[in-house]
Design a protein around this ligand. Sequence first.
Ligand code: SAH
Length: 341
Amino acid sequence: MKNFYDFTIEALKKYLVEAGFKSFNADQIYKWIYEQKEFDYDKMTNISNNLIEFLKNNIEINDLEIHTVKESSDGTIKYLLKLSDGSLIETVLMTYDYGKSVCVTSQVGCNMGCSFCASGLLRKKRNLEIHELVRQVTTIENNLNIRVSHVVVMGTGEPFDNYDNVIDFIKVINYKHGLQIGARHITVSTCGIVPRIYDYANETIKSNLAISLHAPNDKIRTRIMKINKSYPINEVIKACKDYFDKTKRRITFEYILLNGVNDEIRHANELSDLIRGINAYVNLIPYNPINEFSYKKTDGVKANKFYQQLIKRGINCTLRREQGSDIDAACGQLRYKNESL
Ligand code: SAH
């Protein structure tokens, strides 16, 4: 049995045509399922009995199994979802004044080994399939009967280490008869896998790029993120310039403030020099403490000084508010606590 949510529109057309049906049937089915939320083939009134039989026998439609749901006092909701092989993944729903945003997990575990991130404590087991990416969104939409307006691929895992499936996922959620989430409302966050940044710039759907920079120079970055040994900072910045030239889209740089590591005024200066000339936006993230690590969070006064220094130097910047930290759903805290580490 195939899973419906595994099909991009192109793949579904091809599959149906090969089975002797028409390519326009793919759009009809997409509309029923994504737009009408009709999951019963028998109720798809404009579809022939032949095709209904074929669909029943070959393509299943179902959401992921919800294992646990936790709601934070600020309204952030964390879902622990169970995959068919028993793996548990976390997906987070955040509510903003502009809409509802889902933070999607891209892999079971992660191999990037960033020294401050809890996700890396669970080694990568495997990549998520397209349907497992899409169903994180549909499961939440259907569970709460809401429409998700924004998607960030910032959960557990490195999306550019699961590149092809993440791109097909974006195609599905962006499609006009799919989940209809605009490219501007989709963001993929990477720790900086340079070749895939170049690939991403060439994709037809111009969704957003966020880079987990977290340091203004190689010395600090290599210390806290081992990926920097393979792809040093200047190569990341060069790839970002290429992305901007091709897409004209502003890039977000994420920067966790770690007490005594990367949070001095001189680091703000170095950071502003590094990204000068790029249409960039710096998202300063308060560090969410993880028991297993000794990093400390930068205090509010110092964080604000860092922020002010960037502003003074003409850098677009925000100091991000924390969401969901009381339920371990804040950045870097996504993990299944009971799983042995
Ligand atoms: N692998 C991707 C996406 C997942 S991480 C990436 O690296 O971008 C999503 C964001 O949370 C990244 O910017 C990551 O560096 C940040 N993050 C990880 N651990 C954190 C922590 N303990 N506190 C705050 N942010 C953290």
